[in-house]
Write a protein that binds this ligand. Sequence first.
Ligand code: AMP
Length: 378
Amino acid sequence: MNFENLNLIQPLLSAVKKKGYLNPTPIQEKAVPMILQGKDIFGCAQTGTGKTAAFALPILQLLETEKDRNQRRAVRALILAPTRELVAQISEEFKAYGAGLDIRLVTIYGGISQKAQTQTLQRGVDIIVAAPGRLLDLMNQGYVHLDKVEYLVLDEADRMLDMGFINDIRKITAKLPAKRQTLLFSATAPVEIRKLAASLLHNPVQVNLSPDTMPPILVAQSVFHVNKENKKLLLAHILQNEAVQNVLIFTRTKHGADKVVKNLTRSGIKALAIHGNKSQSARDKALRDFKTRSIRVLVATDVASRGIDVDKLSHVINYEIPEQAETYVHRIGRTGRAGEAGAAWSFCSTDEKPYLKNIHKLIRRNIDVVTSHPFAIN
Ligand code: AMP
């Protein structure tokens, strides 16, 4: 793919060429068309992936092409980033890509006099690139009006949260019009980030960099350490929670799947299994019952689960941890589809810990450990 395929306007294509970029990076390929279409984005990407251009190019294009020529200049795009270095860097990229456009920008961060920043603001700008603290300060002094903002970007959202900017972010976003396009980028997705995303984004498209090694960012992952013989009790305990609306449970073996169904049935919970030893009609029935919600629990082996396509799966439970870490990613990708938040819970017995370690290595992310359950072990 080249930049022309991204349908960018000529001034942006020239700017990109001048920068010496030959081809879009993967995140640019994915994010630029989505942003141009007006979608909210939840992007999981590190610095160094070309992420800044991935949002700067389409935002510049939208500002340029959807301009109301009769209106006075007002702030239409707000980019928030955690540190002055990052703010300065983003600002430089906007300037470079927007060189051929009639677009004005101000860079706002603390630690220096506010004079130059307020003067630029008073002359009128289209884009603000800012660190939250100083921006809020200038807002409180009446220098900044955000009621015309159409595009909001939160870059390195996890770092902004780590640095304690959450309240500032909330105060700033409260001043923005509800109707706007929001893009949130974060390298990790702890629960606070997912909460923030849920409150700011509207039907977001998730952009992940390497889908095979990155579990969907909206999936809340937890692990329950538990003795093997207590797994059935833990499962029955968890299923008492009504928030677990429909759950797909994975086991490593067909025998294991049947045993889970048997135990659940004994505890009065309707469940069916699908695996290779079941007839096609039995599998079809199980899937149909699950889709129509006449059963809440479906138990599957990995092979059998491939054909399962159920919308809005609230939970995936790994009753047994898979030996292959990639299998884990595939399993939990069943939930949290299409921007819906989902949860993936894994039951890990002592002998399965090495598998869990491999999963951590693959996804390069910690999984929250749940200690507040009746069968917890260390
Ligand atoms: P970022 O992930 O936004 O920090 O970008 C990392 C670096 O990659 C920056 O120095 C960009 O100038 C550069 N860059 C962005 N897009 C491209 C591209 N398509 N080709 C080559 N370099 C790029």
